[in-house]
Design a protein around this ligand. Sequence first.
Ligand code: HEC
Ligand code: HEC
Length: 293
Amino acid sequence: MTDRSPEIDPHSQVETTGHEWDGIKELNNPLPRWWLFIFWGTIVVAIVYWVLMPAWPAPPGMQGNTLGVLGQSDRATVAAEVSETAKMRAELASRLSAVDASAILQDHDLSQLALGLGESAFGDNCATCHGAGGRGAKGYPRLADDIWLWGGTLTDIETTIRHGIRSDDPDARMTDMPAFGRDEFLTSAEIRDLVEFVTAISGRKANLAAVDRARPIFQTNCASCHGVDARGDRAQGAPNLTDAEWLYGGDRDTLQSTIFGARRGVMPAWTTRFDPATIRALAVYVHSLGGGE
Ligand code: HEC
Ligand code: HEC
C-alpha cells in the first residue's frame, strides 16, 4: 500500500528514506566523500598488509600464522641482532687476549669491555675470598688499595691470577715463610723479642731492650725476605712490616702466631678455569679498583 516513489522533504529538498518516527523523517543524504575514502582505504590497507606481513593465525589444530610475502619476522630480526652483538663481543674478546696488556688501558672500547667482563667474573669467583669490590678480609689481601704483596702492574696482577700463589700450578708464585717456632728455628724467647721488634718498626711503643736483642735475629732470619729495612720484597711476596697495613694482624698475639707457625695463604690458579680473555679482563678490573700501577 506504500507509495514506492521517494518522498522529497519540503524544507531541504532532499529525498527521505521513508522511515518516520513521531513525524520526523530520515533524510537520505549520501555518505560524505572523505568518510567513504577512509572506509575503503582501510580495507585496501588491511588486504595489502595481510599479503605482505605475517597476519592471520593458523586455523585451529595448526601451528603458526600466515607469513606474508615479505617474510618479515621480529624473532629473526632479534636473533640476527643478538648474533651480531655476540660476534662483536667475540672479536673484542679475542683482541683483549691478543694485544699487549698496557694497550688495553689506552683503548676505550676494550677497557670498557674488560671492566664489565672482569667485574662479573670477580663477583662470581673472587669476592668469596677478597670481598665485594676487593675490599679484603683477614688473610685475603685488599685489592682496592696500592699495597701489593706481589706487584700491582697489569702484568703482575695477570701473572698472579693466572698461576696463583702457593697453588698447585707449577708456575705459582711461591715463597714459604718458615714456621720459626713450630719447626724450632727460634726459641720462644727470640720470637717474643721479634714481636717487640715488629711492633716497634711499625711505629708503636715496644720494649726497647727486646727490640735491641731482636735486631740481629731479624737480620739473620727475616731480612732475606722482608728486606734489611723490613719494607718487604715483592719478588717474594713478603709484606712490608713497617706500615700499619696487616694481612693477618699487627697486634702482639697475631704477630706471635704468624712468626711461630707462618701463614702461607693460598690463592688458587685460574688458567685452567678461565679463557685468556677472562683472565685479562679480571686483571684490568683488579687494576682499576684503586691501586693499579
Ligand atoms: C680461596 C680464596 C681465594 C680466591 C677464591 C681468590 N683469591 Fe686472590 N688471593 C688469596 C690469598 C690468600 C692471597 C694472598 C696470598 C699471599 O699471602 O701471598 C691472594 C692474592 C691475590 C692477589 C695478589 C695481591 C697482591 O697484593 O699482590 C691478586 C691480584 C688476587 N689474589 C686476585 C684474585 C682474583 C682476580 C681472584 C678471582 C679470579 C682471586 N684472587 C680469588 C685468596 C683467594
Ligand atoms: C722465606 C721468606 C720469608 C722469611 C725468611 C720470613 N718471612 Fe715473614 N712473610 C713471608 C711471606 C711470603 C709472608 C706473607 C704471608 C704468607 O705467608 O701468607 C710473610 C708474612 C709475615 C708477617 C705477616 C704480616 C702481615 O701483614 O700480617 C709477619 C709479621 C712476618 N712475616 C714476620 C717475619 C719475621 C719476624 C721473620 C723472621 C723471623 C720472617 N717473617 C721471615 C716471607 C718470609
